[in-house]
Design a protein around this ligand. Structure first.
Ligand code: FE2
Length: 160
């Protein structure tokens, strides 16, 4: 095969800007990944009268979260950065998810975590907009809508 030089990265975003975006996206990746794991563990262990709705809702949510993690990591690759995942730095403490927790406490915790992810993403959208990375802003805006919807559905199961 003929050796061809790899084209320089010239999408209009400076190296330093891409680095900063990738770093922020890396934090978002950790947040979403850890929320995905927690959602999966709750899916297995939920008990009581809310078993059926929570079991089903968490399945739909961890499936979507898995897809979201992939989208975030691949956005980092498109910015010419390499996503690393460090479970020790996961922000939501997945190293110690209790297996026994009431369904209500599981739901409340997931609502808090979805909203935490939304707040984190809102900051990164602001940065992305400031540096004209509309693609990252668009990706995260779409993901925020999903997290807000997830939080709404979870919260609604707690209302009497
Ligand atoms: Fe399952």
């Amino acid at each position: 095969m003929e050796a061809v030089a790899v084209p320089k990265f010239e999408n209009g975003l400076k190296f330093e800007v891409r680095q900063e975006l990738a770093e922020q996206l890396g934090d978002v990746l950790d947040s979403v990944y850890s929320l995905m794991i927690r959602t999966h563990v709750y899916h297995w262990n939920v008990e009581g009268p809310l078993f059926d709705p929570v079991h089903k809702l968490t399945e739909a949510q961890y499936t979507a979260l898995f897809q979201a993690v992939d989208e975030i990591a691949e956005r980092m690759r498109a910015l010419d950065a390499k996503p690393a995942v460090n479970a020790n730095s996961f922000p939501t403490g997945v190293s110690n998810i209790p297996a026994s927790l009431s369904a209500e406490k599981m739901i409340a915790e997931l609502v808090r975590q979805h909203e935490g992810v939304v707040r984190r993403m809102r900051d990164v959208v602001a940065l992305a907009e400031k540096v004209d990375d509309v693609v990252t802003a668009d990706l995260l805006t779409g993901l925020m809508a999903r997290h807000e919807k997830d939080a709404w559905m979870l919260r609604s199961t707690l209302r009497h």
